[in-house]
Ligand binder design. Structure first.
Ligand code: NDP
Ligand code: 2IT
Length: 445
């Protein structure tokens, strides 16, 4: 058994029942063999054992009172996974499916993603099994205040800087920030994705979706291809999906489908994004509504069917494991050319294998393709510390440069180790090299 296999085996035994964490660790560790062989000193320093064990896991009770006067209790989490290259950085997810395994998989991914941005940010993630759907504004505020009343003691602008993720957008970040500021009596960049009136950055809202398209476009450019008139499917209809759709459309793509957790819409004339924004960003409604408002659009219950729509470009932007082996095989059979992951770990291990084996499919893995969000968060941190405010154009240009650089870095890393075109390998290796070097420099900690 190789060092990598032994670490993976131990990880599964020592963290039983954490299936999402096992999945992310398997995807990452198995691709690191070439780096580990080139650095025998890593095994002696137990580098992989340390890399896969969070520096700190915080779990706490979040008690709050609902609109009927009933006391509700949720679980709160913050996994401070790795601070070798900078303060812990990563989003907060509020969704009923959140558990320790989910937060650990997201945290592990975040370490390498943040390293790929080239900016000084370590990896962390947090959240709660709280379900914001159907809650009143007052209930959301009560929950966020209770959550922050515990979390504040663990975070800080130079320690750990949370942000949004599923179920945490501008409204939640606002309430969380308000409570932090009240308790600590300091107005600092302790959260990113803040509103523009209190230290946020222009373009942060658009950054993950736009970044995904900038990277996909760069991969296309290298192959003499582009988005013009390409049939594109974007799953989800949240923050990442909406702005991926917007930038893809600006580049000439024909986006024909989007979804939420209930079902998907198909619009052969091309999605009218203004309608989606109205339903999702303003009314906080269901995607089903779209079919009632747009002539010719159809709604289907269930999410999986979205991957049976023939397309040139598939952009999964909803959640983990939304593309399984069967869906991947269907996409390949229907002639998909580019798969760009906007969500975190949206493809199962089986799906990734199917995409990688299809020689004419370019597969851009999440930790590279969706890094534009956290990269722009790091730009927000820079603006906060410098007490500066950059224009939308400045931030957008920096984001573009970062995404293009990440693409070439993962492309070069894959080539350097003899796996040209394998961006799973390229992203994991390129991200890991910097973290490993920093961890080795810090000694056994
Ligand atoms: P949002 O909460 O804004 O939107 C999530 C979308 O995905 C909604 O349409 C939601 O539908 C759908 N969705 C969520 N869970 C499920 C599920 N179990 N099954 C089917 N659909 C589901 O979140 P974001 O857009 O911010 O996040 C989407 C993905 O992108 C996540 O994987 C996140 O980790 C990742 N990501 C986000 C970044 C960011 O900056 N926000 C940065 C990098 C990655 P419904 O409304 O019905 O729940
Ligand atoms: O998965 C992610 O990269 C995010 N949810 C964004 C994290 C951040 O700190 O902006």
């Amino acid at each position: 058994m190789s060092y990598v296999e032994r670490v993976l085996d131990d990880l599964k035994k020592r963290n039983p029942n954490e299936k999402e964490f096992h999945q992310a660790a398997t995807e990452i560790l198995l691709t690191l063999e070439p780096v580990i062989s080139a650095h025998p000193e890593y095994e002696k320093a137990a580098l992989l054992e340390r890399f896969t064990e969070p520096e700190r896991v915080v779990m706490f009770r979040v008690a709050w009172v609902d609109d009927n006067g009933n006391v509700q209790v949720n679980k709160g989490y913050r996994v401070q996974f790795n601070s070798a290259i900078g303060p812990y950085k990563g989003g907060l997810r509020f969704h009923p499916s959140v558990n320790l395994s989910v937060i650990k998989f997201l945290g592990l991914e975040q370490i390498l993603k943040n390293s790929l941005t080239g900016l000084p940010i370590g990896g962390g993630k947090g959240g709660s099994d709280f379900d914001p759907k159907g809650k009143s504004d007052r209930e959301i505020m009560a929950f966020c205040q209770s959550f922050m009343t515990e979390l504040y003691r663990h975070i800080g602008a130079d320690t750990d800087v949370p942000a949004g993720d599923i179920g945490v957008g501008a409204r939640e970040v606002g309430y969380l920030f308000g409570q932090y500021k009240r308790i600590r009596n300091e107005h600092v960049g302790v959260l990113t994705g803040r509103g523009l009136s209190y230290g946020g950055s222009l373009m942060r809202k658009e950054a993950t979706g736009y970044g995904l398209i900038y990277m996909t476009n760069e991969a296309m450019k290298q192959r003499g291809y582009d988005f013009k008139d390409k049939t594109t499917v974007v799953s989800g209809s949240g923050n990442v999906a909406i702005y991926a759709c917007e930038k893809a459309q600006q580049m000439g793509a024909k986006v024909v489908a989007m979804c939420d957790s209930n079902g998907y819409i198909y619009d052969e004339n091309g999605i009218d994004l203004a309608v989606v924004k109205q339903i999702k960003e303003v009314e906080r409604g269901r995607i089903k509504e779209y079919a009632n408002r747009v002539n010719g659009a159809k709604y289907n219950e269930g999410c999986k069917g979205i991957w049976s729509i023939p397309c040139d470009v598939a952009l999964p932007c909803a959640t983990q494991n939304e593309i399984d082996g069967e869906s991947a095989a269907m996409l390949v059979k229907n002639g998909v050319k580019y798969v760009g992951e906007g969500a975190n770990m949206p493809s199962t291990l089986e799906a990734i294998e199917i995409f990688q084996k299809a020689s004419d499919v370019v597969f851009l893995p999440a930790k590279a393709a969706n890094a534009g969000g956290v990269a722009t968060s790091a730009l927000e941190m820079a603006q906060s510390s410098g007490r500066l405010f950059w224009s939308a154009e400045e931030v957008d240009n920096k984001l573009k440069t970062i995404m293009v650089n990440i693409y070439h870095n993962i492309d070069n890393a894959a080539k350097k180790y003899g796996f040209a075109g394998n961006y799973v390998m390229g992203a994991n290796i390129a991200g890991f090299e910097k973290v490993a070097e920093a961890m080795m420099a810090h000694g056994i900690v």
